[in-house]
Write a new protein. Structure first.
Length: 229
């Protein structure tokens, strides 16, 4: 920790984003509460019941903030204020639980962060999906590739401000393949589209649509938390 951060912590001590206890951005008691939630996944058939998904094979998530609004507060703190301690925690949580997934046994793992449009990237200063992906890669024993396979071709409205139908329409044709990268595909790999939250799944579905159109077979979402019920 540098001198500036030390001074800031003295003047403005960090508080738990969940319970507001002074000391850490996520206190040990709240971490224990979050860790009680096992990693879960929705298979493609379940996803079809939630929304009209045609391309996404499933979604794996570590936490459920539809049942715990405190998780939402932690994610917003990370997404809009970039708190490194939360990045490390989310990466640890997903990396630990990802190893339990049967679908990756004997297969290569490729993480594809959901891309931001250059305008939003300049405004925010970082891509939260890429940060999460790199944390997962760092904390997972198994070799993981991160490939920025997708690009955002259209600047869209923020999804959080839209309803379910509007979210899907907002992202229609918003993604494309990154033609600057060599397009290599290994049929033995599992590809995970990484994002912070899955609400209606429109972002993951539209990304998966592009990948499936270009020949990708196993495409899943991998997120910190889900918000759908």
């Amino acid at each position: 920790m540098n001198i500036i951060n030390c001074l800031l912590n003295l003047l403005f001590p960090p508080r738990c984003v969940s319970c507001k206890t002074e000391g850490d951005f996520l206190c040990s008691q709240c971490i224990q509460k979050f860790q009680k939630q096992k990693i879960r996944s929705h298979s493609a058939s379940k996803l079809h019941q939630i929304s009209e998904f045609q391309h996404l094979d499933g979604v794996i998530y570590a936490l459920d903030y539809a049942k715990n609004p405190q998780i939402k507060a932690a994610l917003q703190q990370f997404k809009y204020r970039f708190t490194q301690e939360l990045v490390d925690y989310f990466g640890d949580l997903i990396a630990e639980k990802l190893e339990e997934c049967q679908m990756i046994r004997g297969r290569g793992i490729v993480l594809i962060p959901v891309p931001l449009h250059p305008k939003r990237l300049r405004y925010r200063g970082f891509n939260q999906a890429e940060v999460i992906a790199r944390s997962i890669q760092e904390k997972t024993p198994q070799k993981i590739e991160i490939i920025e396979t997708l690009i955002r071709t259209r600047h869209t409205s923020q999804q959080a401000k839209l309803g379910k139908k509007e979210r899907h329409e907002n992202l229609s044709d918003a993604f494309n393949m990154n033609l600057k990268l060599p397009q290599k595909y290994d049929s033995n790999q599992v590809h995970f589209i990484v994002d912070d939250v899955c609400t209606t799944g429109s972002t993951l579905e539209n990304c998966a649509k592009v990948l499936k159109f270009n020949g990708y077979k196993r495409v899943y979402g991998l997120v910190v938390a889900r918000a759908f019920k």
